[in-house]
Design a protein around this ligand. Structure first.
Ligand code: PLP
Length: 434
């Protein structure tokens, strides 16, 4: 019998992937299922990026490359990050250079490498919940202890300075933040981040891993502008697509790791290019050493495609953002009609994360639950899959069993139909109790 190592046995399988697999299996059995379970843009990678990859193959970008990534790509990454600024009058104070960047096989691997590089056995890692599924599992692999902090609906599930201070100890080594957030779609404001930085000043041993993979997908409508205007009041800025980055806080520069990638912004999930950035030279050197013994470097052809994405016209990003913005309007309007679904309009990414706790205790008649009452969001996701034939992910996958996650990275027709079906299924259980 082959032994499976303890550290791998501890890893949980991804619930969102499992739900997507179930939807696929039902489709294969000719059941008309709409999947709202996956976190990837449904668009194709833009043509000029695909062409750059074809040219890279023909031009011999088929050998091993530098461990940290192709210099031109690293340069383009630093330039793109530096272009984000809290104030057009003051350039990004951190001024990243290509030496501060390590390109990896997707942002996922960048995050994995960062955790492996910083965390020792027993170190505590603070993760605000709900959160993307993989952080927790990656910390476990590294032997770290996850300190899950439950955030509140009233705060758009953003971590408050009080919540953070309450869990910090001398064993805390890392705080993982994700904004725009998966699964909630919330975007931390400048002031919210600033308040967190202020707390961290008392804990100089805490590294901040800031996952900014959705930063191209922030929506600037009137409501958002109000949030942004309040948030940016102290720096007096009017910028439609302003996105807050942890890089705006030089006070923590020596212990800040920023993660980003091309997957979400350029519809390039399958190319597997992401990166981390840090001004801490010892960290970058250690991370590069780790990667050198691991994958050597990310795929060269994909790196050339990513370089084309960052250095070419950004019109494709604006177009995709517009498409998602319209879908967001649609899904918010339709979800507001569903009884028992409570949500605030999200400011970024492509997820809606309604609180469904009002539906708990309601009886169902669908055989999948043997007619019993709904106990949690897992039950509700199961009910929606079997009754409405729509695949959604239970919030328990993200550490929040009162919610479900709906991905709106699908067509407007599919969103309309999916929400019609969900509404019908939910109305059925709500009416049944009367
Ligand atoms: N971080 C978050 C919050 C994500 O949602 C995802 C993908 O779902 C990733 C990181 C990983 O992205 P990549 O495709 O670059 O590995």
């Amino acid at each position: 019998m082959m032994q499976i190592a303890d550290r791998v046995q501890r890893i949980a399988a991804s619930q969102s992937l499992a739900m997507a697999e179930r939807a696929k299996a039902m489709k294969a059995a000719e059941i008309d299922v709409i999947s709202m379970s996956l976190g990837e843009p449904d668009m194709d990678t833009p043509e000029h990026i695909r062409r750059a990859a074809q040219e890279a193959i023909d031009n011999g970008w088929t050998h091993y490359g530098p461990v940290a990534g192709i210099p031109n790509l690293r340069e383009a990454i630093a330039t793109a990050q530096n272009a984000l600024t809290p104030n057009p009058l003051t350039p990004n104070p951190l001024n990243f250079t290509s030496d501060d960047v390590v390109v990896s096989v997707g942002a996922k691997m960048a995050i994995y490498n960062a955790i492996q590089t910083v965390i020792n056995t027993g170190d505590e890692v603070v993760i605000p919940m709900p959160s993307w599924v993989s952080y927790t599992e990656m910390v476990k692999v590294a032997g770290g202890e996850v300190v899950a902090v439950k955030t509140k609906y009233e705060n758009r599930y953003c971590l408050t300075p009080e919540e953070l201070r309450a869990v910090l100890t001398d064993k805390t080594r890392m705080l993982i933040l994700c904004s725009p957030n998966n699964p909630t779609g919330s975007v931390y404001s400048y002031e919210e981040l600033k308040a967190i930085v202020e707390v961290l000043r008392d804990y100089p041993q805490v590294v901040v891993l800031s996952d900014e993979i959705y930063n191209a997908l922030v929506y600037s409508d009137e409501e958002n502008k109000n949030i942004q205007n309040t948030a940016y009041a102290d720096i007096n800025i009017e910028n439609e697509n302003i996105v807050c980055s942890m890089a705006f806080f030089p006070k923590i520069a020596d212990r800040l790791i920023i993660v980003n990638g091309v997957s979400k912004a350029y519809a390039m999930t399958g190319w597997r290019i992401g990166w981390l950035m840090s001004k801490n030279k010892a960290f970058i050197e250690a991370c590069t050493r780790l990667q050198g013994q691991q994958v050597t470097c990310a795929t060269m052809v994909a790196q050339k495609a990513a370089e084309a994405a960052l250095t070419g016209s950004q019109e494709c990003v604006a177009q995709m953002r517009q498409v998602f913005a319209e879908r967001r309007e649609l899904i918010c309007r339709l979800t507001a009609e569903i009884p028992g679904f409570r949500f605030e309009k999200p400011q970024g990414a492509f997820y809606l994360f309604p609180d469904v706790s009002a539906l708990m205790g309601k009886p169902t008649s669908n055989p999948s639950l043997n007619g019993r009452v709904l106990k949690n969001a897992d039950d509700l996701a199961e009910y929606i899959l079997n009754e409405a034939h729509v695949a959604v992910v239970s919030g328990s996958a993200f550490g929040c069993p009162e919610c479900i996650r709906l991905s709106y990275a699908i067509s407007t027709e599919e969103i309309t139909e999916a929400m019609r079906r969900i509404k019908r299924a939910i109305t059925k259980i709500v009416n049944k109790q009367k």
